[in-house]
Structure formats: structure tokens, C-alpha cells
Design a protein around this ligand. Sequence first.
Ligand code: R5P
Length: 316
Amino acid sequence: MKLFSGSSNLPLSQKIAQALQMELSPIETMIFPDGERRVKLNDSVVEEDAVVIQSTNTPVDQNYIELFFIIDALKRSGARSITAVIPYLGYQRQDHVFRDGEVVSLDVMIRFLESLKVDRIIAFDLHSIKIPELFHIPVTHLSALPLFAERIQSKAFNKLVDSDDPEEFLKDTILVSPDMGGLRRIEQVSKTLNGLSWIATVKDRDLRTGDITIKHFEGPLSPSDLPGKRALIVDDMISSGNTVVQSAQLLKDNGVVSCDVFATHAIFSEEAPELLQDSSIDRVYVTNTVFIQEEKRFPKLHVLSVAESLAKALHT
Ligand code: R5P
């Protein structure tokens, strides 16, 4: 097997290579003065199973193009098979038509990948469980939820939220979905955590502007159950930060004593770090599916690594 990395998340690629006790194969990418890019593999892949790792977060189109070019170079150079590890799959929230006349952007990207003859995709926490069905090639859909559940149960985390007794900790803790679309994730984490009870905050979105408002709750728990509880919000991604910040504020307004956020993909906008740091959220846990530049890191942020899970998936 030969392992190549695009430029969007080199630190994660290096960690995956380390977990597999391999080296990343050298690759040359350059950008011409007019902005065109060129990719050249500096390793032989003839009759090799080739893997390319590239998250397609911001700059989304640029990162996709680089991925397409690497795949094409692998194919032309004689690779036996090509696996694309796309820890964060860009355009995944545009997986169907919301309003008449719209593009299905994710479908366009899938058609590019398939026409380039990729054999397998590995991705993390896709926005909808229906996304793998949009592909005509095998998709391994991994999740950070077990990693989050493990962290929630760890002594270190219990201590952070002021509890020495794991049982007492879970008794006073609730899971929160910041919107109705995240219920599947909440049910999954709840199962791992002895059926921890949950509530959802209900998000309304203006489809034209994208603006959101979160004002009320739904779920087995009601607002009267909230005073004194510790809340754990679970989501798939944080972009502007508005969803989790508004959800946390509503929870705190209703008597929750602490509020921690667990979200897989840190696709932070420019404003997100400051908004999250200044919010009523106590801690923000994300993974390294997306590389977080130094200037986007903030004191409340904790980053967990998905490298081991990806390395394991590449073995199967
Ligand atoms: C939406 O359905 C997703 O699950 C996330 O809640 C959303 O994309 C987060 O975006 P933002 O941080 O901009 O509110």
C-alpha cells in the first residue's frame, strides 16, 4: 500500500501514516502564477493499492481539485486500486434540492470522484446517513461518536466538570441535540452511555439567508428537568458556531449548570472561534478531521484525533 496526502490536512495524514507504521509517499504540488495547480507523484504506484488523504474543507473547491488531480495522477501511473480518505467531505450539507432551481452540489462532487475511477471512499460523520447511498462505489462511514463517548466517560473529563464519581456524573448529565436533524447521533451516544436522557433544542432556519434561531425544546425531557443538569451538546460540525452557541444559551437560560459541546468537524468560519470562546459554552471538543490553524484555536477548544480509526479502516 502507498499513502499520499493532499495539502489540506498534512498533520492528520502524518498521524495516520505513523499509526500504520508507514511513510507518506512524496508528492510535488505547485501553483503557477495564474493560479493553476500541478501535481506530480514522486513514488512508483504501479500495481500498488494507493491511498490519498484529503479533507475538502475551506478552500473547498481548491481542495477538491487537488484531490481530483492526485487521483488522476495515481490512475495514470498504474495504481491497482485507489482509496480516497476524505475525513471531511465538502458540500455534504447540499445533498438534495431544498428549493426549486438549486444545484445538488454534493452529487456533482460524487460524479467527479466516480468518473476518476476511485474504488473506495472513507469519510467521517457524514451529515446524513443517506449520503453513502448517493455513491455507486463502496463508502466506509466512520464516526467520532465512540471517541466522544469514551471522553465523556473518562476520569479526566469527569474531573473537568467537577465530578469524581462517574455514576453520579451521568445521573446529573443530559445529552442535547442542537437541532432535530441530530437526533440519530444523540440516540447513538445515549446507547453507549447507559441510556442517558436527552432533549433537543429546535432550530429554525431561513432558507434564503441561512440565518438560524433556536428558541424552544423538544424531546423526552422538558425544560423543567433542566435546572442543575450538566449538558453535553453533540453535533456533526461547527461552522459559524451559531447553532451550538444559541443552543447552549437557551440551556443555560433554563438552569443548566455547565454546557460542553462535542462536534466532529471544526469547519470554523473566521468569526467562529471568538463567538465560541465568548459564549456560555464551557468546553468545545472537536476532532482533527479538519486542520485548525493556530489563529483559529482558542482556550476552550480541545482536539481529539481520529487518526487511529482511519488507520484501522485502511487495514480492512
Ligand atoms: C446542521 O444541520 C448541522 O448539523 C450543524 O448544526 C450546522 O451545520 C452548524 O452550523 P453553524 O455552526 O454555522 O451553526
